[in-house]
Design a protein around this ligand. Structure first.
Ligand code: SF4
Ligand code: SF4
Length: 155
């Protein structure tokens, strides 16, 4: 009886296999596909490389409150705060992040920093081509993450 049941199981499995052979291929054509992502397709919630956002006036949303660094389980966010002045205004609040680094050697892309941020300054983008042979290149700096002003006007 068990032989019959096993054969029935194999036949069922093979019927699915042969049925799928005739279906169109479902794989993504990366890196030879079309578009800026070269064929890669992401869900909206995909947690890729971080982006530091600006507000509608082009000012940086980060107010250097350090909550993201405190929430980070990998302790991989380094921030140096500085004061805005009347002459030089970087963010809409009292302070801004003069230095904002994330060490991607340690980041686990958990999203806790994004959750903790009270101003929605730090977000996950869809950047994913982060591999490098030099670990130093994995310390991502503010200039690498900050949304360009041009991107704001293009929205
Ligand atoms: S995604 Fe997680 S590990 Fe990476 S910087 Fe944010 S809190 Fe830290
Ligand atoms: S990114 Fe957000 S949580 Fe982190 S220091 Fe800036 S404002 Fe605070």
């Amino acid at each position: 009886m068990s032989i019959v049941r096993n054969l029935a199981g194999i036949a069922k499995g093979m019927s699915i296999t042969f049925g799928e052979i005739l279906e169109p291929t479902q794989v993504e054509n990366y890196p030879d596909g079309k578009g800026p992502l070269r064929g890669a397709i992401f869900e909206q919630r995909f947690r890729g490389a971080h982006v530091l956002q600006r507000d509608e006036n082009g000012l940086e949303k980060c107010v250097a409150c350090f909550l993201c660094a405190a929430a980070c389980p990998s302790n991989c966010i380094f921030i140096e705060a500085a004061e805005n002045t009347e002459e030089t205004r970087i963010s809409s609040s009292e302070r801004y992040a003069k230095v904002y680094n994330i060490d991607y050697n340690r980041c686990i892309f958990c999203g806790y920093c994004v959750e903790a941020c009270p101003t929605d300054a730090i977000t996950h983008g869809h950047g994913f081509e982060l591999a490098t042979l030099n670990a130093t290149n994995l310390v991502i700096r503010k200039a690498d993450m900050l949304l360009p002003v041009a991107a704001l006007t293009a929205k």
